[in-house]
Design a protein around this ligand. Structure first.
Ligand SMILES: [Fe+2]
Length: 310
């Protein structure tokens, strides 16, 4: 996959993450904790899992192809990162890219992980399967855009790690996937409210005293995902002047918005001021226009990658 390089980037500070986690834990604890605690992975379509397991059973399969498949599926990618950073393996430094996770774990361990990922039953309600597929497609496009933006960011050298940026974009909406999976009734009410009042899903979620960034951060905390990933999951809709916002979470927010503009997803979040994001990230003048000229190709590529979802 041409969009991948393998370099490291600095971590989000623990203060940023732990402070918000305390608030989130209190908010989530009283309402959704039990259901979320049972969620060990994001349900994944059997076709995607089978393709990975088939590849892992083939002695001639390549690491690059395995990486491509994992990076086409937010649920599997999140599970691999969760396991490789768990106390079972306890890497010296957080592992924040799929390529490093594959090198660290090896094919046999990845196979065990793939076999433990929750399967999205084709017998589940069709609207749930469609929603998870749509989020996955949106997430792949967001990942591609975040990776492209990351190379242009002038702050904190985040531009040095395209692979991390891609992964963060891919898993940024695990909170949405968890809401659809664990709180299906609420998710339907959120959808109805957003549509009937013509507001974003994020705004509609607030009426239910939670939102997908809170849920996502709670999950990321429980799954012990690395700081950079957790921060972007938690803060990809935070205002630019929020102390928890980082260049990477802001890049995901801009990418998320551009992805929504592609029509791959519903109106998930309020509109943002694109220029303010360009200034904050230090992206060169004209790059956003270039990015927008690439959106059609990104839409086609992400849709092709997400084809195995149904
Ligand atoms: Fe989001």
């Amino acid at each position: 996959m041409g969009i991948l390089l393998h370099r490291q980037a600095p971590m989000a500070t623990t203060t940023q993450v732990s402070l918000s986690s305390k608030v989130i834990d209190i908010t989530v604890r009283s309402r959704q904790k039990a259901a979320l605690e049972r969620l060990e992975s994001i349900p994944t379509p059997p076709l995607a899992l089978n393709e990975i397991i088939k590849l892992l059973n083939d002695a001639d399969s390549s690491v690059l192809r395995l990486e491509e498949l994992i990076l086409s599926e937010p649920g599997i990618a999140a599970m691999v990162i969760k396991v490789v950073n768990s106390p079972v393996y306890y890497p010296v430094h957080p592992i924040e890219t799929i390529s490093r996770a594959i090198m660290f774990l090896g094919f046999d361990e990845i196979k065990k992980i793939a076999m433990k990922v929750g399967v999205l039953s084709p017998f589940k309600q069709k609207d749930i399967v469609q929603e998870l597929s749509m989020i996955a497609n949106h997430s792949i496009a967001t990942a591609m855009i975040t990776a492209m933006l990351s190379e242009q960011i002038s702050q904190n050298n985040y531009g040095e790690d395209r692979s991390l940026a891609y992964l963060v974009g891919l898993v940024h909406d695990i909170g949405r996937m968890a809401i659809v999976t664990c709180f299906t009734d609420n998710w339907k009410k959120i959808r109805y409210k957003a549509k009937s009042e013509n507001i974003s899903l994020f705004a509609a979620e607030k009426s239910f005293l939670f939102n997908h960034t809170l849920i996502g951060n709670w999950l990321a905390d429980r799954w012990q995902l690395p700081g950079n990933i957790k921060n972007a999951v938690a803060n990809h809709h935070a205002p630019l002047n929020d102390s928890a916002t980082t260049p990477l979470s802001a890049a995901v927010q801009l990418a998320d918005y551009l992805s929504y503009k592609l029509g791959l997803d519903e109106h998930t979040a309020p509109d943002i001021n694109e220029e303010a994001f360009v200034l904050y990230l230090g992206i060169p003048a004209g790059f956003l226009d270039y990015m927008k000229s690439q959106l059609g190709a990104i839409k086609k590529l992400s849709s092709d990658m997400a084809k195995t979802m149904l």
